[in-house]
Design a protein around this ligand. Structure first.
Ligand SMILES: [Zn+2]
Ligand SMILES: [Zn+2]
Length: 296
C-alpha cells in the first residue's frame, strides 16, 4: 500500500533530534525511587541498555550505502528504506551476543530457558539469519514462529530476545539516514527505515505534533494525529483514547477498526523531553488496561 505520494506538511518539518541518552541513568534512577513497583523492570531496562550500548561499539557498523535520491524515491512510494536490502550478521557474532544476554535475564525463568534452547538449536546459520532479518523488515513472523516451534519455546519470548539483540544492529543501519528522513514525504504508520510498527508515541512539547518511535531501530517520524498508524485508517469514530485519573501526561490511543493500541506521552503535560524506552516500562499498567479492553 503506497501512501507516500500524498504531501505531508507534518513530515516536511524537521523533527528535533534530541540526544536524550545521557539522561537515561538519571531518569531510571529517579523513577526507580518514585515508583518502586517498577524498580525491577527499570533495573532490567538499564542492564539491557548497557548491553546494547556495548554492542553498538562492536562490528555492527552500518552496512548499506543507499543514495539520497533512491531513499527519497522509496519513501515517496511508501516503502521502508531497508526493504529488499541485503543485510547480514555473522552467525558467530549473533551467537556470542545472545549468549552475552543470558546473565541479564531472570534466573531459571522462561527467558533464560528459551535462550538456552535457541543457542543449542543450531538455527543460527548464515542463511537463517538472513531470512530472519528479511522477515523482520517485511513484518513477517514466519521465522520467529519457525524458531519457536522447532525449539518448543514461546514465540513472544523468542521475539523479545531477538529484538533485544538486533535492535542495536538496526539502529546502526538507520543512523546514516536520520537527517535525510527529516525532509521525506513519509505518511505511513510503519517505520520509514525498517518497516516495524511503532512502539510508542509522543506529542511534542513545542506544538503537540505526534511523533512515533520505531520499536526496533528507534527511528522517530511524524504521523497524523487523527489516523491509526496500524491500519492507517482515518475514520475518526474508530479512534479513541483513554487516560488514568491523575496522569495527564500519558494516554493510550486505541483503534476500534484494527484493535491496536499505542501508548503516548504528551510532553506538554510531562513538562519536558521524554525518554520513551523508560516511559514504556513505567506505563505497563496502561498495557494491562488496554489489553483488558481487547486491544493488542
Ligand atoms: Zn525502524
Ligand atoms: Zn487501526
Amino acid at each position: 500500500m503506497g501512501l507516500g505520494h500524498f504531501d505531508n506538511p507534518c513530515s516536511a518539518l524537521p523533527i528535533q533530534v534530541q540526544n536524550r541518552e545521557f539522561l537515561m541513568n538519571a531518569d531510571i534512577q529517579d523513577y526507580a525511587q518514585a515508583m518502586p513497583q517498577y524498580r525491577e523492570a527499570l533495573n532490567f531496562l538499564q542492564a539491557v541498555l548497557d548491553f546494547q550500548a556495548k554492542l553498538e561499539t562492536k562490528e555492527i557498523s552500518s552496512q548499506l550505502q543507499i543514495k539520497p535520491a533512491v531513499a527519497r524515491e522509496r519513501w515517496r512510494a511508501g516503502q521502508p528504506l531497508l526493504a529488499g536490502e541485503p543485510l547480514s550478521i555473522s552467525p558467530a557474532l549473533f551467537q556470542e551476543t545472545l549468549a552475552g544476554l543470558r546473565p541479564l535475564l531472570p534466573a531459571g525463568e522462561t527467558a533464560q530457558t528459551t535462550l538456552d534452547r535457541l543457542l543449542a538449536s543450531g538455527f543460527l546459520t548464515a542463511a537463517n539469519v538472513e531470512t530472519l532479518l528479511d522477515d523482520l523488515i517485511a513484518k513477517s513472523e514466519t521465522s520467529i514462529q519457525q524458531i519457536a516451534s522447532a525449539t518448543s519455546t514461546d514465540p513472544d519470548t523468542v521475539a523479545f530476545l531477538l529484538h533485544t539483540v538486533l535492535s542495536p544492529f538496526f539502529k546502526m543501519q538507520a543512523a546514516p539516514y536520520q537527517v535525510l528522513l527529516q525532509t521525506a514525504a513519509w505518511r505511513r504508520g510503519i517505520c520509514p527505515i525498517c518497516g516495524s510498527e511503532p512502539g510508542m508515541a509522543r506529542l511534542t512539547r513545542d506544538n503537540g505534533r505526534r511523533v512515533l518511535t520505531c520499536s526496533l531501530c528507534l527511528t522517530e517520524w511524524a504521523f497524523d494525529r487523527l489516523r491509526c498508524p496500524f491500519c492507517e485508517s482515518g475514520e475518526q469514530p474508530q479512534l479513541r483514547y483513554f487516560t488514568v485519573d491523575g496522569d495527564e501526561a500519558h494516554r493510550v490511543d486505541c483503534c476500534n477498526r484494527c484493535h491496536h493500541y499505542l501508548k503516548t506521552v504528551d510532553e506538554r503535560a510531562f513538562g519536558g523531553p521524554v525518554n520513551l524506552q523508560v516511559e514504556d516500562v513505567i506505563t505497563a499498567h496502561l498495557d494491562t488496561l488496554a489489553q483488558e479492553q481487547g486491544y493488542r
